[in-house]
Design a protein around this ligand. Structure first.
Ligand code: ADP
Length: 476
């Protein structure tokens, strides 16, 4: 049996909400715990300083009080005992000797059990709080004087400065308890806040992702109608909506293309079919002119298929440009030369100012563009019209303008003429033999050259198509 253990942690996917909650909570926990530890350390330090000062003061007070218990060459043992018991209560064991070293009063002598009890309590308090510290019991001896004359000795025994009395321990424990309660409340609040913040970030993203799924299923017309308070999420919604729009346009275009192609193929095919059937059925004689007419339809069909083929190659970026520095003026002149007979047949005058300009272009493809534009100009210009062809250059661009005095294009059609199969006047185009892909192909070619085709047109006055191409494509 094969055992596969997945150690690919990086590829493990987490829910955004959970990840955010986990991150926020961890950061807040870390902060709260650090602050808690700091507060605790500061309190302990300050409290230890206070206890140490308190001890020093206490020792001074005891010395003063003991001295005052000596009146008229005698010790006031009652007073001494009171001071001794108070000191015992504060964790200090007193032994007072007179000048002859006779014991006046001793805490251990007075009540040994109580002394043990008290000192043990202090010891265990210290052990609990500072287990690593050794309890340092010390005894200090002081000379008691009156008017600079020795009257006895005072011995004070107590644990070092870190000893805490019960009430001080209680105080410290209370502070610790308050820190723990406050920290717990803060942790709870931070968890709730983390959940709220994480939800406010992850919910809009989850919503957008849900809605995007609807679009992903092909419902491109659906729009994400969701306003988020997060700028980036709004940007994402905008992009998805634009993507859906563009997919929708592509879809419409794809469907229209299929119908258009079917329609364009059907018309000449039906015409060929009916003509051939009429000849086969003996209704028509297979005369030369009839066969020529069928042949023209076949040529039209082949022409359409070849244009569609080159358009699809251009649009799929399958066509690579063969850029060379060539004389644009020569190229245009040759094309005009080839169109002369057609122009003369329609009594159309073609004017072209010869100026020798060079540019970096794909010669064959730009020829195709100029051929399309001149052929359109001749096609849509009535007999006796005029076509002006101009070539201009500035530092960056080459401009080829083909201006006719033809039928012109209505303003509302101008934005559509570069779309596939778009024809302004379908019946007229039929007569003129156009199929509505010439401008689409031309624009695709010029765009491949990083240029553009601009058009100005007025109905019944004429049209002016200008091809704009960058001059130095080879160096860019
Ligand atoms: P077509 O093969 O039909 O000429 P094009 O793509 O070349 O297709 O042109 C699209 C449409 O733009 C034409 O059907 C025509 O209506 C209009 N058009 C193009 N050039 C001209 C022009 N010079 N004068 C008037 N209309 C034009």
């Amino acid at each position: 049996m094969e055992l596969v253990i997945n150690l690919d942690y990086k590829n493990k996917k987490y829910n955004l909400n959970r990840k955010l909650i986990f991150s926020f909570t961890s950061i807040m926990l870390l902060g709260i715990i650090t602050i808690g530890i700091f507060v605790n350390l500061i309190v302990e330090k300050k409290f230890a300083e206070y206890v140490s000062q308190r001890n020093e003061q206490e020792v001074e007070n005891i010395k003063e009080d003991i001295q005052l218990s000596y009146k008229g060459d005698r010790w006031n043992t009652k007073k001494v005992q009171k001071i001794g018991l108070n000191a015992l209560n504060d964790g200090m064991l007193l032994d007072i000797y007179d000048n002859n070293n006779n014991l006046v009063w001793s805490a251990t002598k007075y009540d040994e059990d109580m002394c043990h009890q008290k000192m043990n309590d202090i010891r265990s308090n210290m052990d609990n709080r500072y287990p690593s510290l050794d309890a340092n019991y010390k005894e200090e001896k002081f000379e008691i004087t009156e008017n600079s004359e020795g009257i006895g000795t005072l011995s004070i025994g107590y644990y070092g400065y870190l000893y805490y009395l019960d009430n001080e321990m209680d105080f410290l424990n209370d502070i610790n308890r308050v820190i723990i309660v406050v920290a717990t409340i803060l942790i709870l609040i931070s968890i709730i806040l983390s959940i709220l913040i994480s939800n406010s970030i992850s919910r809009p993203i989850a919503n957008v992702s849900e809605m995007a799924k609807v679009i992903e299923d092909g419902n491109y017309k659906n729009k994400i109608e969701y306003k988020s308070s997060i700028k980036e999420v709004d940007g994402l919604i905008n992009s998805i909506n634009k993507l859906a729009d563009s997919l929708n346009n592509q879809e419409v275009l794809r469907k229209r293309l299929t119908t258009d192609v079917a329609h364009e193929l059907r018309t000449p095919l039906t015409s060929i079919q009916t003509h051939l059937e009429a000849i086969l059925d003996g209704i028509w004689e297979p005369t030369n002119s009839r066969i020529t007419s069928i042949n023209e339809e076949v040529i039209r069909l082949a022409n359409l298929v070849s244009k569609l083929n080159s358009l699809s190659k251009l649009e799929n970026n399958e066509q690579k440009l063969n850029i060379q520095n060539v004389s644009v003026s020569n190229l245009i002149q040759n094309i005009i030369y080839n169109f002369q007979s057609k122009a003369i047949a329609k009594n159309i005058d073609i004017n072209y100012k010869v100026e020798n300009f060079y540019a970096d272009i794909d010669k064959d493809k730009i020829s195709q563009v100029v051929v399309n534009l001149i052929s359109n100009a001749i096609r849509y210009t009535d007999e006796g019209g005029k076509i002006d062809i101009n070539l201009k250059q500035d530092l960056i661009y080459t401009y080829i303008s083909i201006k006719d005095t033809g039928s012109g294009i209505p303003q509302m059609d101008l934005i559509h003429i570069f779309e596939r199969f778009y024809r302004v006047d379908k019946s007229r185009s039929k007569n003129t033999g156009g199929i509505g892909v010439g401008l689409t192909i031309s624009k695709a070619i010029v765009n491949l050259h990083k240029g553009d085709i601009k058009v100005k047109s007025t109905v019944n006055i004429g049209s002016d198509f200008t091809v704009v191409i960058p001059r130095n494509l080879l160096n860019s």
